[in-house]
Design a binder for this molecule. Structure first.
Ligand code: CTP
Ligand code: ZN
Length: 156
C-alpha cells in the first residue's frame, strides 16, 4: 500500500497507549462506549469512527480509548454485541497485543432478563445468568431468548 493510500485511510488518529477496539459491527460503537461506562463526563480521551470502510466487512465501527486496558469481563460483554471485534493493546504507539474477542459460554450479572416474571427480575437477589448461543442469549432461569438489541438489556 502506498503512503498516500495509508494517509487517506487513517480517519481517526493513532493513540499513544490504550486500547483500540476494531472491527466492531457498524452501528455498535455507542453501545461499546456504554459497556465501557464511557460517556465523556470523566474526561476520557476517546476517538470513535462509525461506518468507516473496512476490508473485512463493508463497514465497521472503531473505538480508541487512550490510557485504558479492558478487563476480561468487559471483553466478554463486548463479544455479545461485537462478535468479530479485535482488541488491540497499544503501548508507546505500537500494537503490543492483538486478539479477537471470544464469546463466553455464559454471562453472569451483565444482562437483565426482559421477562418481568423471571426470578432474576423479582425482589429476591438472584443474579442473572444467560447462556450465550450462536446468535442470541438465553436466560438460564426462564429460557427467554434475547436476539435483537442485546445492548438494550445490558446492566451498566
Ligand atoms: N492503532 C492506533 N494507534 C496506534 C496503533 C494502531 O489507533 N498507535 C489502530 C490502527 O489504526 C488499527 C488498529 O489499531 O485500526 C490495529 O492496528 P494494526 O494492527 O497496526 O492494523 P492492522 O494490521 O490493519 O489490523 P488488523 O489486521 O487487525 O485489521
Ligand atoms: Zn429470565
Amino acid at each position: 500500500m502506498t503512503m498516500t493510500e495509508t494517509n487517506h485511510e487513517l480517519r481517526v488518529s493513532k493513540i499513544r497507549s490504550g486500547t483500540v477496539i476494531d472491527h466492531v459491527r457498524g452501528g455498535q460503537a455507542l453501545n461499546v462506549l456504554a459497556i465501557l461506562g464511557i460517556d465523556g463526563a470523566d474526561g476520557e480521551e476517546v476517538s470513535v469512527g462509525m461506518n468507516v470502510p473496512s476490508d473485512r466487512f463493508a463497514r465497521k465501527d472503531i473505538v480508541k480509548v487512550e490510557g485504558r486496558e479492558l478487563s476480561q469481563d468487559e471483553v466478554d460483554v463486548l463479544s455479545l454485541i461485537a462478535p468479530d471485534a479485535t482488541i488491540n493493546i497499544v503501548r508507546d504507539y505500537e500494537v503490543v497485543e492483538k486478539h479477537r474477542v471470544e464469546r463466553p459460554d455464559s454471562v453472569e450479572g451483565v444482562l437483565s432478563c426482559p421477562n418481568a416474571n423471571c426470578i432474576t427480575t423479582g425482589s429476591e437477589p438472584v443474579v442473572s445468568r444467560f447462556t450465550v448461543l450462536e446468535d442470541a442469549v438465553r436466560c438460564a432461569y426462564c429460557e427467554t431468548i434475547v436476539r435483537d438489541d442485546i445492548a438494550a438489556h445490558i446492566d451498566t
